[in-house]
Each structure stands twice: as structure tokens, then as C-alpha cells.
Design a protein around this ligand. Sequence first.
Ligand code: GLA
Ligand code: ZN
Length: 656
Amino acid sequence: MKIGVDYYPEQWDRSLWEKDAETMARTGVKIVRLAEFAWSKLEPRDGEFTFEWLDEVISIFSKYAIGIVLCTPTNCPPLWLYEMYPDVIQVGADGKRIQTGIRAHRCINAPMFQYYARRITEQMIRQYGNNPAIAAWQIDNELEAYPCCCEVCKAKFRDWLIDKYNDLDGINAAFGTSVWSGDYTDISQIQPPTAYPKAWQNPALCLDWHRFTSQCTADYIKELQMVIRRENQKVPITTNTWFCENTPDFYEIFRGLDFVSYDNYPPLRIPENLDEFYSHAFHLDLMRGVKEDNFWVMEQLSGITGSWAPMSPAPKPGMIMGYALQAIVHGADTVVHFRWRTALTGAEMHWHGLLDHSGVPNRRFYEFSELCKAVSKLNILDNTRVVSDIAILYSPDTDAAFKIQPQVEGFYYLEQLKAFHAAFMRYGANIDIVSPETDLTNYKLVVAPSLYVNKRAVTENLYRYVINGGTLVLTARSGVKDEHNNCIMDTLPTVFKELVGAEISEYDPIGSTRQSIRDFAGNEFACREWCDVLQTTTARAYAEYNEGYYRCIPAVTMNRYCGGVAYYVGTVCDMDFYESFAGNLMMQTGIPKLKGLPKGIEVTTRTNGKDEYICFFNNNSKPVTMPLPKPMYSIISSSGKDKLDLGPFEMDIVRK
Ligand code: GLA
Ligand code: ZN
């Protein structure tokens, strides 16, 4: 377990470098990330490489035994490159080159950008490839599925479509272009669907465009990864990712990389509804699931956020330490804080680092230094993992398709996953969030919310899982689309009809209108957004609608199918339903539950196969006291305990 910081030596006077490295070492910083935006300082003019300053920085950090994550500086090409080759700048939806001045303007498909990106990477890897101080390489920074509309991207997209569908007839058939006289008679007629209003674009074209742009990002990563690998076979390579509007397919972009890294900025405004606290844990679990392995946080919240938006509240006492430990217990082996010093200049001067503009140590900095001390005691967790009985499936295709066509007011794909995640967390369960294509054999319970875009391999995977005895939960808007993002001419939930033993005779997108359902035990729960009116074939009703014209008709069903069970939840409910439902599912599948956990307390268990460590996190601004089921040894306070007194955002880790 290591704590690190993001550092921008190119933004600071040379005289500070050694002082900073010395303070970092004294504080317990073990990793520093460098250079992702430093291209103009590494190649100030075409072909003139000036690595001396970086040599010096690297030798300073090596002297203090701080490992280095070196980044390809490819996020920000220098202005001379844009001047020499203006067509390396992305083109927007309006057909115009975007204005330079911020960052990440480059088109990752532009041949001259690729040439220069490979060349600077080659130069860096030659210079530092065998330097033992380099702990890992990061490719670029927060890569997105860029919707660039330049001629190169358009031509590439057309080639990609021909590769996929063979010819124009194939493309016309896949996109259903007979609607609105959209038939393509020449490949040059195919345009990226970026014109507004977006809602008028063909959803099949939109999804393929998103897949294409995501694939380009994955290819670009692969290209730079190969440049690094040619010189150094061993050093781990990653890229840092986040949730953005143009989210690339996480599974694709990390496929060939050695580990996932994630930029973790939990929101600083404390929600009134305690259930929302679980969302950071949700993102961390999703990141662990991308490679089904531990990961890194490459940027971690360190202060007031701002610049892109007005400033947030300051992190409350406990948050710097608590959120970093929360990331660790969910699988982050290294947490790198963004950033050491707050920038004095540039657009991000109000996005605060650990040290404020003055550079004078402050409350957050002292807490960070406590964090470093605490983490130095966590070596015991080094070879442990989060092992889960429960999987929630995240589909990048479905995520993209719902962004292309929002279904109904208030209905968001990730919220469907989060509701279940939060419910299982209420019982202290570990939860994996994984790809619908992964091997599900070892899970006792799988939840696949709203599997909207369907692939044969996924459908077969789910049937196989249930046939072999698994318990599966599907929810509203499953089976709606084929793999092209077109509707399927069949009764919903189409491919899953047999599995769930029920059919949807009609649906009612009620949006924010509230209705209610009643479960088999007579409990009533509010529902909203979407109501599938279900007709059972082999299933039994688990809950029925309680009002309206589909009163007494099933809303939630349960079907025994071969060796397993498939549930279908046809509506969207408030948290009390998910908690009750999750409790029943866990009981049915024999998954242990921690009962009576105070709200806001998150429990995660890490194991090395022999020892288990239970981590209790008070994700709450109020102190909480709770008894432990038996006396346990705390590795945070190095003492035995029979109850926990957790301050706001405090973590304790006990050996089971
Ligand atoms: C992202 C970027 C960083 C910085 C932070 C804060 O995570 O990768 O360079 O801009 O956001 O805004
Ligand atoms: Zn382009």
C-alpha cells in the first residue's frame, strides 16, 4: 500500500524541487507522478529535446527513494506542433477546428500527431526506460472517446464500418436507414452523428460512432504502449480514467494494460440523503471490476475543487484520510493525491492540492501526513483482495445507448446499478461490478440492471449462469435492443422471456409520478419512472402494482429456471424496496449479512485466502459507535476492541 502525489516540477522554481522531495519523503510519500502535461518543456522546438530538467527531477526523487510514475506528455502537444500541422487539432460538431488554449486539443487519429506522440514517447523511454526509479508509465491523461469530426476521423469511421458490415448494404441494414430516406448510396455520405439536436440522429449510427471513437482511444493506447514495451518489457503501464460524458469502454481500453488507474474525486457537498454516500464506493468497485483486480487511484481528492465550476466546500476534517482509506479498502493498492501544491497560474489555480497557494502546511496537509503514517501500517493488506459473492453487471454498450436515448425523466443507467449496490452495502457485503461477458461461475448472486443492448454472448452467459444454478436479477428495459441499438420485434423482455418466465404486456414510463407496489409479504414500496406490466408464464409474482389500471398485476417476478432462479424487477423503487429485496436475495442464496449496521457505515472485507480484514468506514459527518460481533484486533490503532467509535469519515480495520 502506497500513498503518492501528482507533481508538476515544470510549474515550480527549481529551488523548490529538492525541498519538496525532502518534505514528501519525510511525510511518507512513496510515489510521485510526473510530466503528463510537460511536452513543451521536453521538446520546446521540433526535434530539440531538453530532458536535463527532468533528469534532475528524477534523480532528486530517486535519492529520496520515491518511485516515479512517468507519463507520456501527449495530452498537451506544444503550440509549434499545432502551428506546423493545424490538422492535428480536433474538429468539433460544427465542422470547425476547436480553439486551442485549454488542453487535450489533439486528434488522436491525426497521422502527424501520432508520429510526434510516438517520437516523444520513444525519446522518453530511451532516456528513462531502464531507470529503476520508474515504478510505472502512464499513457496520456484521462483519455476519452473523442467525437472528433476531422476528415481523418471521418474516413477512419467509414473504413471501420466497412470492416464491420462488409458493404453499404450491410451498413444500411444495420442502421435501418430506410427511415427518413437515409439510405447511403455512397460511403462518403456517412457522417458522424454529432449535429444537434442529438435526439434526431439515428441511434444505431450513434452507438457505432461511440464504439468507433472508443476503439480509436484503445488503439492509440496500444500504439504508445508498444513504443514503451519495445524498450522495457517489464515496467507496468497504465492510463488514468474517469467518468466523463464520452466515457470510453473501460474494459477495452484497459485490456492490454497492466493495471487500472482511476481519478477519484468524491463530491464534497454532503447529501441530505445518506444513501447517496455509497456512490463513491460504487465507482471504486466498478474500477476494481474492470480488470477484476486491484487498481490504483492516480488522482485523489486533496482540497477544495474549483476552476471548472465554482468552488466546492472544503474537505471536512477526516475526509482526506477517510476517502483515501476507502479507496484502499475497495482495492486501490496505491493512492496518488492530486496535487502536491496548488497551481499559482493557469486555469486550475482554484483546484486545490494538499498545499495551498502559500505552500504553508495546513490542516489538510497534516491530515495527509497522518494518512501516510496510517498506510505504512497497512502492509498486512498487501496481498489481500476483495472477494465477492455478488456481482452487478455494467455494460458499456448499454451505458452509451441510454446516453444516446434517455428513456424517461429521472431514469439513469448508473443509478439502476447504484440502487442495488447501495442495498447490498447496507448488509456489509462485498460487491463486484464486472463485465456482462465475464465468467460468472463463482458468484452466488448476479444483478444485471437494464441490459438494454443485447449481445448473443451475454444472453448465453446469463442463461448458462442460471442453468448451472445461479440466481440472477434482471430489471426494466432489459432485452429492448439488438446489438445495433435497434428495437427487437418480439414481446419484451425478448431474449430473456424464457429465463424470467414472464412477458411484458405493456409498459408505462411514468417519470416522476409516484405509484406503489406491494410485495408477497404485504410490504408497500413507492415506485417511479418506469412500470412494466408483467404477465407471468412460468414465474410467480414477488410484488404487484398497488394502484392504477394495472393494479394487482405483477411488477416483480421470480422464476425457477433449470437449476437456478431468475427475478425480474419491472419498475424503479425507492431504497427501502432494494434493501428489503437485497435482504431476501441474500437469505435465499446463503450470502452472510451484517444486520443492524448504522446508516453511513460501509463495510468491506479484504482477504489473502487465510486471514480476513474487515474494514469499517464511517462515511458520515457524525460520529458513530457500534458494537463488534466479537472482540477483534484493530490494525489501525494496534489494540483489541469490542466496539468501534468512529469519528466523521474515520476508518477502522480489524482482523476477523
Ligand atoms: C482531472 C485531470 C487533472 C486535473 C483534475 C482536476 O482529473 O486529470 O489534470 O485537471 O482533473 O480538475
Ligand atoms: Zn480527428
